[in-house]
Design a protein around this ligand. Structure first.
Ligand SMILES: Nc1ncnc2c1ncn2[C@@H]1O[C@H](COP(=O)(O)OP(=O)(O)OP(=O)(O)O)[C@@H](O)[C@H]1O
Ligand SMILES: [Mg+2]
Length: 230
């Protein structure tokens, strides 16, 4: 079966700072992400992993290069359109969950929909709570949840808009190995149920080994790409 490319990045460059302080965080990266695949991004601290994720997820703009997501050229759109892309088409999961403490589980999950001025149908919320094993926790606040539960809420929030791709920057970086394994199997279940792709940054070799493809970065460049052999 022909693989369907949903995100295609070409020759991305992103620098920070000026003069002697200039850092080329992403230095000519090209990458395709296909529907339903799990891609792990590894590499040493400072190699540009988070910067690349932010570019692909529309959180930041490259200095040059192009990103085509679902047939739309992201680097050409206005900031308001990019914000719309972030809300509707891309899901982000962070190491420290980034939940809103004054909102309960349901409200945190529905936030991207509400920010878009829409209502979340109850059935869709129920389904996502069920998928992430959070049905019993729907009225709890973030500080009443374990780390693993908080990360499951943030995954629920990331998938609520049915994005074609979820970007997760060290989603298990703050979790023990049991919770980390649970989060990875949840991502796999989400992929199987929704067909979304997952791009995740990890320092953990055993997690990277679960991915369909492992990309290693060094000094802003992709230095190796390994496809998992089944
Ligand atoms: N906002 C910023 N301003 C200045 N420099 C930055 C900024 N963001 C990243 N950098 C620099 O860009 C380089 C890549 O950073 P990045 O955060 O992408 O690395 P990383 O691979 O995610 O590292 P880690 O594994 O520690 O999270 C680093 O040298 C970093 O100092
Ligand atoms: Mg990082």
């Amino acid at each position: 079966m022909e693989k369907e490319i949903i995100i295609s990045a070409h020759d991305l460059v992103k620098t920070f700072g000026k003069g002697a302080n200039k850092v080329t965080a992403v230095d000519g990266v090209s990458l395709d992400v296909c529907k339903g695949e799990m891609v792990a991004v590894t590499g040493q601290s400072g190699s540009g992993k988070s910067t690349l994720m932010n570019l692909l997820g529309g959180l930041d703009k490259p200095d040059s290069g192009s990103i085509t997501a679902l047939g739309e050229e992201l680097t050409a759109v206005k900031d308001t359109r990019l914000a719309e892309y972030r809300r509707r088409k891309s899901g982000f999961v962070f190491q420290f969950y980034n939940l809103i403490p004054v909102l309960n589980v349901e409200e945190n999950i529905a936030l991207p929909i509400h920010l878009d001025g829409k209502r979340l149908p109850k059935k869709e919320l129920d389904d996502v709570l069920e998928l992430l094993g959070l049905s019993e926790r729907r009225y709890h606040f973030a500080n009443q949840l374990s780390g693993g539960q908080q990360q499951r809420v943030s995954i629920a929030r990331a998938i609520i808009n049915k994005p074609p791709c979820i970007f997760a920057d060290e989603p298990t970086g703050n979790l023990d190995s049991k919770n980390s394994r649970e989060i990875i199997s949840l991502f796999k279940r989400v992929i199987a149920e929704t067909g979304t792709a997952v791009v995740l940054v990890t320092h953990d070799g055993s997690i990277a080994a679960e991915a369909d493809r492992v990309i290693t970065m060094q000094d802003g460049k992709i230095i190796s790409e390994r496809v998992r052999s089944f």
